[in-house]
Design a protein around this ligand. Structure first.
Ligand SMILES: [Zn+2]
Length: 492
């Protein structure tokens, strides 16, 4: 059996002003891995699926895997260049029995509202009707019939934070191989929940739904249950939350289970979204300063680079400096100029800096302050731990720690979401000894930070990715058919 694996992964915030260009993608190619050049270990699909392929006595051919930090619409030439390289790799590997694709599900390029649909359709044209196509998606995906139709098996992550990327990949591999061997006959169905939002899976009632989804996969004939949360920062007509079920040869069962979970999630729509969980800036920071449950972890949700925000907003920094807050650490602020100057000056230097607030109106005003350079790291890879397997690694460029009044700032030369307290520790800042930790993240920080946090506060200041979807300026989405614009669009 011959298995081809490849993918192009980015999440597109169509409201973000800066487009995603070819140079924004980090790329790992199978041929480079074979030649001993592993630039990005967690983009190495030989490392991910190699052991399973060996076990199954299958040949694994890894083409290209490209990843870009979420940003604005991908440039047409960038998308087409990567896609054509991937398809050329596939043609060279033909004939293949199984094709495994690592995609995001919310990638938009100029001229392509749904890059994943385009990719899966083209892959099908090349591999023919008999090969099995398995696709893994981020749960922040735009699911629709025309995208899943050319595939055999589509699975989305279940966990937000995404601690199960590896586990879902192992599962996809096993199901795709079983399908090719004729042991299962996958068939898929979608259910449209007619709602949109951001749904953390770490608290109830969402936690219970995710556990029940895993439980349902043990039912006879049910192969996989996914909840595509959708990605609200995309002005594409098919935006929204949908459930997706893969059943064994029984389309009716797939439809029934997709509806069951879709209606259950819909029934909880008022409790599971961040629009009901997040506090405005003043309330959040006042609460953090007054709290005795230290360290208080405050999520600056509206400036999360993982959703396409610039990560250089100063609203929280300004408030904390104005209120003379002490023992605070904040990560990861994006300001390549500040990093460059700090690196030139060296550790211990005292500098007058103009910090952040530069990318646009959502960034607030720059902060002018005296800072001391505390520490620096080159070409830093920031981690997102996984439930099993190695952590996912994200390049943050060069990073520096600066002391600014009572606040230690971690500043990077590349945009990178703060997902793990190690980014503080690696710069000599002990996160457990701080009173307040402000992290630019919506939810990915939660798993690694929760064990050290006395309290977690979700904060929705002004910003590019404010968690309430009603603040998105859609022009192409019929919001009348979606919660929270409509109170009860499914009429239950
Ligand atoms: Zn996601």
């Amino acid at each position: 059996m011959k298995i081809f694996a490849a993918g192009i992964i980015t999440e597109t915030n169509t409201f973000a002003p800066v487009p995603t260009a070819l140079e924004d993608f980090i790329v790992q190619r199978g041929k480079d891995v074979l030649a001993g050049r592993v630039d990005y270990p967690n983009l190495d699909l030989y490392a991910l699926w190699g052991p399973q392929a060996k076990q199954q006595d299958a040949e694994l051919v890894f083409g290209l895997l490209a990843f870009a930090q979420p940003s604005g619409t991908t440039l047409k030439a960038a998308y087409e260049t990567l896609r054509e390289e991937m398809l050329a790799d596939l043609r060279a590997a033909m004939p293949v029995d199984v094709c495994l694709l690592m995609l995001h599900g919310a990638m938009v390029a100029d001229g392509y509202d749904d890059c994943e649909e385009d990719m899966v359709r083209r892959v099908r044209e090349i591999v023919g009707p008999k090969a099995v196509i398995g696709v893994e998606l981020d749960l922040h995906c735009h699911l629709r019939e025309s995208m899943i139709e050319p595939a055999d098996i589509v699975i989305a992550y279940k966990e937000y934070p995404h601690v199960d990327i590896n586990d879902r990949a192992y599962e996809l591999f096993d199901l795709a191989v079983a399908a090719k061997r004729g042991k299962i006959r996958p068939t898929m169905a979608l259910f449209d929940c007619q709602m949109i939002g951001l749904y953390p899976t770490t608290r109830q009632p969402m936690r219970g739904v995710v556990d029940a989804m895993s439980e349902a996969e043990r039912r006879k004939g049910v192969l996989s249950v996914s909840f595509g949360h959708g990605f609200q920062f995309a002005d594409v007509p098919h935006v929204g939350a949908k459930t997706l079920v893969v059943a064994d040869g029984d389309r009716g069962l797939a439809e029934q289970v997709a509806r069951e979970f879709g209606m259950r999630l819909y029934g909880s729509r008022k409790e599971i979204g961040f629009e009901s969980l997040s506090l405005p800036l003043e309330a959040a920071l006042t609460k953090a300063v007054a709290s005795r449950k230290t360290p208080v972890v405050v999520a600056d949700q509206s400036d999360n680079p993982g959703g396409g925000a610039p990560s250089d907003s100063t609203f929280a920094l300004r408030w904390l400096l104005d209120h003379n807050a002490q023992d605070v650490a904040m990560a990861i602020l994006y300001d390549p100029e500040v990093v460059k100057i700090a690196r030139k000056a060296g550790v211990g230097a005292r500098l007058a800096m103009r910090i952040c607030g530069k990318m646009g109106p959502f960034s607030g005003d720059p902060v002018d302050a005296e800072v001391t350079v505390l520490a620096m790291r080159e070409k830093y890879l920031h981690k997102l731990p996984q439930a099993s397997g190695d952590p996912q690694l994200y390049p943050a460029g060069d990073i520096v720690a600066l002391r600014c009044g009572g606040i230690d700032l971690v500043v990077s030369s590349e945009r990178c979401q703060c997902m793990d307290p190690s980014v503080f520790a690696d710069l000599g800042i002990d996160p457990k000894r701080k009173k307040i930790l402000v992290v630019k993240s919506v939810q990915h920080f939660y798993g690694p930070f929760a064990p050290i946090a006395g309290e977690v506060i979700y904060m929705a200041p002004p910003g590019a990715v404010a968690p309430d979807p009603r603040l998105c300026k859609y022009r192409r989405v019929n919001t009348e058919r979606l919660y929270p614009w409509a109170a009860d669009p499914l009429g239950k």
